[in-house]
Design a protein around this ligand. Sequence first.
Ligand SMILES: Cc1ncc(C[n+]2csc(CCOP(=O)(O)OP(=O)(O)O)c2C)c(N)n1
Ligand SMILES: [Mg+2]
Length: 151
Amino acid sequence: MAGQAWQATEPRSVLIPNGLSAMGFGVPAAIAARLTRPDRPVLALVGDGGFAMAATEMRIASSLGLPVTVVVFADNSLNRIELRQQSAGYPPTATRIDGMDLVALAEAVGCDGVRADTPAALEKALAGLAARTRPLIVEARIDPTQYEAQF
Ligand SMILES: Cc1ncc(C[n+]2csc(CCOP(=O)(O)OP(=O)(O)O)c2C)c(N)n1
Ligand SMILES: [Mg+2]
């Protein structure tokens, strides 16, 4: 969804695994992007399921002192799959996931962590992004019931 909405402002400024759409791509891609272009701010947008696959890589970002920022869309669900189950008339099956305290996780892997429950809180969390010196994990709380209206 973010891929459909994001407006790229210059070439080579977006990395996205379109096609295969592999989960777990965002965090290592962000780390590699920052290593390659330390002059540019790097922001990753990832689902909570995808983040769970690669979250501990943030320890590397912290060890290397890379100020990447990761926004995790925390909806406690493998929601892309759940929506497909829903449209096929099935109940949610093996798609609900337990929430994680991502602020605590951030601290455990040497990163800054902040929780955002509203768009305004997210904006505040991302203020001064380009000047950051430490990696940041933002737990962006999403209510999945709102998706139905959007699809
Ligand atoms: C490595 C990998 N395994 C499985 C899939 C199939 N798949 C596509 S979307 C999805 C759920 C993604 O969940 P999450 O990252 O929480 O994002 P959400 O859809 O909830 O925003 C799955 C399992 C995939 N794309 N990549
Ligand atoms: Mg999710």
